[in-house]
Ligand binder design. Sequence first.
Ligand code: AMP
Length: 145
Amino acid sequence: MSLQQTYDPDNIFAKIIRGEMPSVKLMETDNILAFMDVFPQSKGHCLVIHKKSEAVNFLDVEPEALNELIGATQVVAAAVEKALKPDGLRIVQFNGARAGQTVFHLHFHVLPVYEGVVVAAHASGKPASHEELEPIAQSIRKAIR
Ligand code: AMP
């Protein structure tokens, strides 16, 4: 997969946007969706996507959509900080399979880091259940301003 690829409207996140795949949602507007990462690398790991932009990565996103997306990412990151009180917070974004991108719909990861807790490997392992993710999502939702 090169960095210049065409958008696949059947990628997992497009299906989540259309409601064809389940997700544990945190925040949704006309243009933005934030939801829990189903392979969380840490407690509270979540993702923020634009619902209308068909950008594959950081290089092909329209500036206006990027503005909305990064603004929403800050809102979600602030809520994660307020709800879960991590010791650190990574905002992560991968471009191209070689760089670690596995879903080819532009997204930002909000990845809390806790002192003494190892951050799990990226996009691997066993998926978390809805029951595991929902209580964490609830606390983040409450903290979204
Ligand atoms: P990336 O590798 O940067 O493209 O990130 C894709 C992220 O999406 C990974 O962290 C995966 O764990 C996550 N992911 C994959 N499938 C799903 C899904 N169905 N629901 C929520 N997160 C997912």
